[in-house]
Design a protein around this ligand. Structure first.
Ligand SMILES: NC(=O)c1ccc[n+]([C@@H]2O[C@H](COP(=O)([O-])OP(=O)(O)OC[C@H]3O[C@@H](n4cnc5c(N)ncnc54)[C@H](OP(=O)(O)O)[C@@H]3O)[C@@H](O)[C@H]2O)c1
Length: 339
């Protein structure tokens, strides 16, 4: 089988190779999945340059956490799946419920082999059924980006509900899922972006308030103004310490921030004063567990949500897909069709 592998110690795109590996077999309690699609996340870029948690990968590692495929065979004793089921692997392995512990729960595409491969073997507890309304390409978008947004909005603190206002930063994968979940429950969505064109696309997907953060470097003041001084109920904070002070300035009473990402770089100031003034909370979000994934998939089916896919690349063009994703020209998800 073919797979895209980052070699041990790799620190650049030059360290990625398409390799031929022996097709794996499902052992007891395992499933063999014929992969049909994978998708990219910001974290994959960090892994490739050796700057994700813990530094460069220590062994040759198949890239990407996110993928979807069809169960081709099941090993002895498997009860959760049968041949023909449409599945996705869970980001963390061995995490049916509760918080992730990276020392105990390997993560696909980093401490465990990932999804950019023709075949994958998973323990049956490390996979979920895809929502019935999604294609493989759409299902491949769910394990990291979608579940992270879902965790921040629906699991941590008070779930976002009808009438709430959610602030989403930028138009990447996590934020676009945040937009779709907000609209599904009847919440208002504010989106920031560096691009008016992307804002227009976000508006066509249901975004209610649009702010260009390049034109409005003090975008927190715009958020306050455009919410009639009330502020927001939830921030899906994908930018980190570079923006979190501004995000805190956007909070309404009893609001929450899901602390997720690092897009705005490693430096910044953070004064938590407005948490005190609004009775708000910051929740650390590390993707999510299998129970959350299954609950999210149920909601995706009920609300007939379809992931926003920017572009689909062929398997052989995976390096081009990574280059496109790195350029941040995308809105939503970049997908690789495996076959
Ligand atoms: N904690 C977790 O479990 C977890 C899980 C998933 C992701 N993450 C993190 O969440 C972040 C987002 O991941 P992703 O995969 O959704 O990223 P992505 O798809 O690569 O998002 C890229 C987009 O983010 C926006 N952006 C970049 N810098 C920005 C800034 N300074 N201010 C506002 N927007 C900015 C840009 O949108 P515009 O072009 O519209 O400006 C850019 O196109 C990353 O830091 C990732 O590591 C963490």
């Amino acid at each position: 089988m073919k797979a895209f592998v980052l070699k041990a110690g790799g620190t650049s795109m030059d360290d990625i190779r398409m390799v031929e590996l022996e097709k794996p077999q499902a052992g007891p309690g395992e499933i063999l999945v014929r992969m049909h699609a994978a998708s990219l996340n910001f974290r994959d870029l960090g892994i490739i340059v050796g700057k994700y948690f813990g530094g460069p990968v220590q062994k040759d590692t198949i890239l990407t956490s996110d993928g979807a495929g069809e169960v081709e065979a099941v090993g002895e004793g498997v009860t959760r799946f049968k041949a023909g089921d449409r599945v996705a692997g869970t980001f963390f392995q061995g995490l049916a419920d509760g918080p992730a512990n990276p020392m105990v729960n390997p993560a696909l595409g980093h401490s465990a082999d990932g999804a950019l491969t023709e075949y994958m073997v998973l323990k049956e507890g490390d996979a979920v059924m895809l929502p019935n309304n999604l294609s493989y390409e759409e299902g491949a978008c769910l394990p990291c980006a979608a579940l992270t947004a879902w965790h921040a909005m629906m699991e941590a603190g008070r779930p976002v509900a009808k009438g709430d206002t959610v602030l989403l930063l930028g138009t990447g994968g996590v934020s676009m899922f945040g937009l779709q979940f907000a609209k599904a429950v009847g919440a208002k969505a504010i989106i920031t972006s560096s691009s008016d064109e992307k804002l227009a696309r976000a508006q066509s997907l249901g975004a209610d308030i649009l702010i260009n953060y390049k034109q409005h470097p003090d975008w927190e003041k715009e958020v306050r103004k455009l919410t009639d001084g009330k502020g927001v109920d939830c921030v899906v904070e994908v930018c980190g310490v570079g923006t979190i002070s501004k995000s805190m300035e956007c909070l309404g009473l009893g609001a929450k921030i899901g602390m997720i990402g690092v897009l705005a770089g490693p430096e910044g100031e953070c004064n938590p004063r407005s948490l005190m003034m609004t009775g708000s909370a910051i929740h650390g979000i590390f993707v999510g567990n299998r129970r959350m994934f299954e609950e999210m998939n149920h909601a995706i089916e009920v609300h007939d949500i379809h992931p926003v896919i920017d572009k689909v690349f062929d398997f052989e063009d995976s390096l081009e897909a990574i280059g496109h994703f790195k350029s941040q020209a995308h809105l939503g998800k970049v997908v690789i069709r495996i076959g």
